[in-house]
Ligand binder design. Structure first.
Ligand code: CTP
Length: 425
């Protein structure tokens, strides 16, 4: 999301809306998956032009892409027509992003050496925006030193990549070379578009979800947090150009691309993982619902019915935010720390206490007993508190919108802090 900020009123503009995106499709079996990617980009509000190589058009009919984009598809046949507003040079010039999926070994080689022998390679050469490549090929071709050298050249020249992944290939073999899934390529498109955003060069660390505190090999104490808010925050940070790390507890959610992630299970593991990288972090968003207590002992075998007493003795877990505050000396890289307060009563009062006690720059407070905000649901109604000013109450919003608003507050905080540094006006 891109956000325009004017005082407390924040308008969220979806990152892909009205962006001009060229989808290049080359000749591989994964060409059919480019249709799903195209559809997602169109649904996200982008203006999508598809260019297909001759080989790609043998795998999937251009009409498929034309129906999805409502725009003519550029093929070699099209090149015979007069140059129009979607001619190769104008398409390349105005593209905010070009994504080539699948990108065959042949096309990677041509791009690496500046060939302009078809509409797709010609447009790539003329393209002024970022180019994202989703390679797909047989494992042997992927591992070939010629492909490795071409990849290195393209990386050096600033091309972005997603995949390939390990999996079942067209030849029925299993190995590396399978094109990344359309959803992941879609996320990578957002990541590529955001590279020059206001958080470029910043490392944002987000914790997400719940923790599990086991007391025997099959049972644990946990909580209801699904991780939705933390995942939305990580994506919103990425969409503003940050390098994002997400440390998350057990969750059914899968990772979106462009976010480095580390899975943990217990509060102590999350504590150690956070403290491990805090010295290279600029912004910490502590959205995880961390278990305050853990069972004092762990039974090596499953506890049988009637075998033990029915009470579990608890030991306190470390408070991660307090540990971070203790370690955070003036002059360190960490600039903004955001906490989250999930409350069921005295919302603002309890949140204000946590803001002070945990030495936070912002705290996001929500009433988790309300049916439309808090755990599991896709919406949230939050208050953002800052030590200096009155709380800002946001209306009921989707978690993506809440996340974009929080990130915007973080950007403002970072600017304020940069302004406070000695030597600045
Ligand atoms: N938090 C933390 N370490 C813990 C517990 C919580 O860093 N052991 C963080 C949470 O990630 C959140 C903030 O502290 O950002 C507030 O968490 P919350 O559970 O609301 O508050 P607690 O401090 O645990 O207090 P209480 O459970 O009594 O409300």
């Amino acid at each position: 999301m891109a956000i325009k900020y004017s005082g407390d009123k924040m308008t969220v503009i979806p990152l892909l809306k009205d962006k001009s995106i060229v989808v290049g499709v080359t000749g591989g079996i994964a060409a059919y998956k480019a249709a799903a990617l195209t559809s997602r980009l169109v649904q996200a509000g982008a203006r999508v032009d598809v260019i297909m190589t001759e080989a790609a058009a043998r795998f999937v009919a251009p009409l498929t892409f034309q129906a999805l984009t409502h725009r003519p598809v550029v093929t070699e046949m099209f090149a015979l027509l007069a140059e129009t507003d979607i001619g190769h040079v104008s398409l390349g010039k105005r593209a905010d992003l070009m994504v080539i999926a699948p990108a065959t070994a042949n096309t990677l080689a041509k791009l690496a050496h500046g060939f302009a022998d078809n509409m797709l390679t010609t447009t790539s050469l003329a393209c002024r925006g970022p180019i994202l490549l989703a390679p797909a090929m047989e494992t042997g071709m992927w591992q070939n030193s010629a492909t490795r050298a071409n990849m290195a050249l393209l990386r050096d020249r600033g091309f972005y990549f997603i995949g390939p992944e390990k999996g079942r290939l067209a030849s029925s073999d299993t190995g590396t070379g399978r094109m990344a899934e359309p959803n992941d390529i879609f996320e990578a498109c957002r990541w590529s578009l955001a590279r020059k955003g206001p958080l470029a060069g910043k490392h944002v660390l987000v914790t997400a979800g719940c923790t599990w505190e086991p007391f025997d090999p099959v049972r644990f104490i946990g909580n209801r947090s699904s991780g939705k808010m933390g995942f939305a925050l990580a994506a919103a940070g990425r969409d503003q150009g940050a390098e994002v790390t997400r440390i998350h507890g057990p969750t059914a959610r899968t990772a979106g691309d462009g976010v480095r992630c580390q899975a943990i299970q217990t509060a102590r593991q999350m504590h150690d993982a956070v403290l491990d990288i805090i010295s290279t972090t600029d912004v910490l968003l502590m959205a995880a619902a961390v278990g305050d207590y853990r069972p004092a002992s762990f039974a090596g075998q499953k506890i049988k019915k009637g075998q033990d007493s029915r009470s579990v003795e608890l030991a306190p877990n470390p408070d991660i935010l307090k540990a971070v505050a203790k370690q955070n000396k003036p002059g360190s890289q960490l600039q903004v720390v955001v906490g989250f307060a999930a409350e069921t009563e005295d919302l603002l009062e309890n949140a204000r206490k946590k803001l002070d006690q945990k030495k936070l720059d912002l705290i996001v407070a929500n009433d988790v007993s309300a049916p439309d905000s808090g755990f599991k649901v896709d919406t949230n109604r939050v208050n953002i508190l800052d030590p200096q000013s009155e709380p800002v109450t946001l209306p009921l919003l989707s978690k993506d919108e809440v996340a974009a608003n929080i990130i915007q507050r973080v950007i403002v905080k970072l600017e304020e802090k940069a302004g406070d540094q000695p030597g600045k006006d």
